[in-house]
Design a protein around this ligand. Structure first.
Ligand code: AMP
Length: 193
């Protein structure tokens, strides 16, 4: 199974992604989690990207490509991937196409978690208090939504044109979204049981 999860911050793709990875037994890779791990470990790369994360800006394409390449290649060798938060720009999508073509790992589905901006802001405020994520407090949350609309939303057309876009109304309750996504991804289930 090779699936991309695309959606604005707080659209629920992380929650669904971890659940789907366990259900379909596929490697879950969150670009944001990989970057936050670098920041907390204080690596040179972490120090380089810390400000971008704190501001809610995207890190440069070359940086995320370098971070993601090894785990993605490992995931491809072990049967597939569920990518959360990558690609986030059309340039990243093209880079993924390049790698994937070389190793036969083209994405089969891009699930778009569609939620209106107002609902995202409401969710971000509650996540900021529950999880203590510094990039969820309101000004940064608003900025992250703007960055999504400017840089990442064009991927929706990109994958619609590629014929692999799956639209999900992610403003629905979590269980409803889960049932919708499970049904949409069932055709890509390659578990032998
Ligand atoms: P996330 O956990 O996916 O919301 O990502 C948290 C932060 O990590 C984002 O606000 C960006 O600063 C950075 N980030 C995550 N994925 C990417 C990506 N594919 N390209 C650039 N920056 C990213």
């Amino acid at each position: 199974m090779r699936v991309l999860l695309i959606g604005p911050p707080a659209s629920g793709k992380g929650t669904q992604g971890r659940r789907l990875a366990a259900l379909f037994e596929v490697s879950y890779l969150s670009s944001g989690e990989l970057l936050r791990a670098e920041v907390s470990a204080g690596t040179p790369l972490g120090q380089q990207v810390a400000e971008d994360l704190a501001r809610g800006d995207l890190v440069p394409d070359e940086v995320i490509l370098d971070v993601l390449r090894p785990p993605l290649q490992a995931a491809l060798r072990s049967g597939g991937y569920l990518l959360d938060g990558f690609p986030r720009t059309v340039a990243q999508a093209r880079a993924l196409d390049g790698w994937a073509t070389a190793v036969g790992g083209q994405p089969e589905a891009a699930v778009w978690f569609d939620v209106a901006d107002d609902e995202l802001l409401r969710r971000s405020r509650s996540r900021a208090s529950i999880e203590g994520r510094a990039d969820d407090v309101s000004a940064v949350a608003r900025h992250r939504i703007d960055v999504y609309n400017a840089a990442t939303a064009p991927l929706i057309d990109y994958y619609r044109q590629a014929g692999i876009l799956i639209h999900v109304d992610a403003a629905q309750p979590i269980d409803t979204v889960a049932a919708t996504v499970d049904a949409a991804l069932a055709p890509f289930d390659v578990r032998g049981h």
